[in-house]
Design a protein around this ligand. Sequence first.
Ligand code: HXC
Ligand code: NAP
Length: 290
Amino acid sequence: MLKDDALAGKTIVVTGGGTGLGKSMSRYFLELGANVVIASRKLSVLEKTAEELQASAVAAGSKAKILAFECDVRKYEEVEKTLAFTLENFGKVDGLLNNAAGNFISPTERLSHKAFDTIVGIVLQGSYNFTLAFGKHWIAEKQKATILNIVTTYAWTGSAFVVPSACAKAGVLAMTRSLAVEWAKYGIRSNAIAPGPFPTKGAWDRLFPPPLQEKLDAASNVPLKRVGEHQELANLAAYLMSDFSSYVNGEVITIDGGEWLNGAGEFNKMQILTPDMWDMIERAVRGSKE
Ligand code: HXC
Ligand code: NAP
């Protein structure tokens, strides 16, 4: 979507960049010229991804580099080490993509307090750890920067059966909007993306496991009648990371094919009515006047 060099000269840290959507967004950032550091718990997964993405960036003619760094986003000292590693290797950092997450479906009353802590720890604590460490650095260095947080549409509606994730994503959304105002004076923009369903192994294994998969077709709630393609999300993320979006601050952009509004509109379920049914309904409604 963007020009070949749209992110040239930038360095972006992507949490959870070894798999799924983080990997797809990292691939596109690299292709557009940004150096990328991917950070998460599983170093072997990260290294394999870095090797694959480096090769595809070279094939696309990009000179950018990607490096892997082991980090549990819940541990502040590991977050600081990720920052130090990035600065040692690339000299500066311009963008932070808080993408790492943990989630699974469960009735809330079946959760242990540790399960709740685990999800909120990865999603909310992980995002504020990175935001705080990087923000302090940028403010001290007087450097302009961009924070992009991945939330989801139930950050504002809430959702049954994923309550820890909904609480944590709502917190990340509040942080996004709060810092958009507070840190704008330092030249730090803060935005979020709220994706609907984009198939990844991590999400599908935990949210649509095999017994449910046949019954709950993720595309069926989407007015566009399909799930998202990773490149569609990567396009939006790259735009929000780039200087082309330099006046966008405090925004959360939904990319869900219209899914959450479909669940919200009082009469949306009437999509199932056929023209014949509408003829009958029109007669009934007009008739009610008499
Ligand atoms: C109930 C569960 C559980 C389950 C784990 N726990 N799975 N409880 N039902 N299915 C409990 C454990 O018993 C334990 O509590 C506590 O949670 C921590 O579990 P651990 O396995 O020790 O944690 P950890 O090894 O840190 O793994 C974290 C994880 C795991 C979240 C549980 O799934 C993971 O690593 N996920 C990362 C990737 C991921 O989740 N991707 C999906 C993102 S999708 P006790 O009390 O027993 O010790 C997403 C999409 C949103 O966010 C929107 C979609 C439209
Ligand atoms: P995914 O592939 O499972 O990605 C989650 C990533 O988070 C993994 O790479 C994982 O790496 C990392 N992670 C988990 N715990 C971590 C920890 N403690 N420290 C560091 N990293 C950790 O799932 P995905 O679908 O791509 O999700 C990516 C983002 O999109 C998430 O924020 C998710 O909430 C959001 N989202 C996804 C969808 C969808 O339909 N897929 C919809 C809406 C929002 P390690 O295991 O190596 O740590």
